[in-house]
Write a protein that binds this ligand. Sequence first.
Ligand code: ADP
Ligand code: MG
Length: 249
Amino acid sequence: MPAPALSISHLRKVYARGTVAVEDISLTVPEGEFFAFLGPNGAGKSTTIHCITGIAEPTAGKIEIFGIDAVKDYREARRLVGLCPQEFNVDPFATPRQIVDWMGGYFGMAAKARKERTDMLMERFELILHQKKQFRELSGGLKRRVVLARALIHDPKLIILDEPTAGVDVELRRVLWRYLAEINKDGKTILLTSHYLEEVERLCRQIAIVNKGLVVREGTKDEMVGEPGGLEQAYLVATGAQADHVAAE
Ligand code: ADP
Ligand code: MG
């Protein structure tokens, strides 16, 4: 059996001031999967992603990326992951080309390989017209595309997207969906967090719902969509939200 793209076992993260952001999360994402990681604000999604990508250090538990320990063998594991963080952590004065190229440098790619790959990504995400503008001048949807291109510069096998379509208008969201579906079709494994259940329904095949640092429901998209009330009801019930609204339907 090949190692899964991502395996999280009893992850726990307590921040310095005692906030238990992740209580106990275990997840397995097989290679090639399009996996939704859902939950209300504060559930611990971004913290889990930060632990996977070395931004935060787990308090306990084990994370493996294609069988490689994400903490002990951080550099080797990190190279396999492309991350689109929830917040834009870029130099607002840099251009899309620079932003993408610098990430290639971070992963130790040679200049020629970076240039070829950056050219391809600018083309693929329709950024050619904008590649020499400053990041701060771009619309929200274009910024998301730049960050997506940056996540792919080193040709990672696992792509993690933390609310990639938050604040993006309907039309550009559809463009992003197309890109994400294509990336998955190319064989890349995707882990997506989102508050847009329509997006999850369209794109994802497997779903884990977290609440208060615990996985409260896991299953296939088809199974949850097929229940009375569909994915929205499954989500609301799992997270214990708005019980009266659910009951009234
Ligand atoms: P989500 O991404 O699901 O909205 P987060 O992982 O961002 O959830 O947050 C989980 C909990 O951890 C929240 O209570 C949040 O306030 C807290 N938290 C997140 N980041 C930090 C941090 N760097 N330091 C302290 N507490 C944090
Ligand atoms: Mg978050």
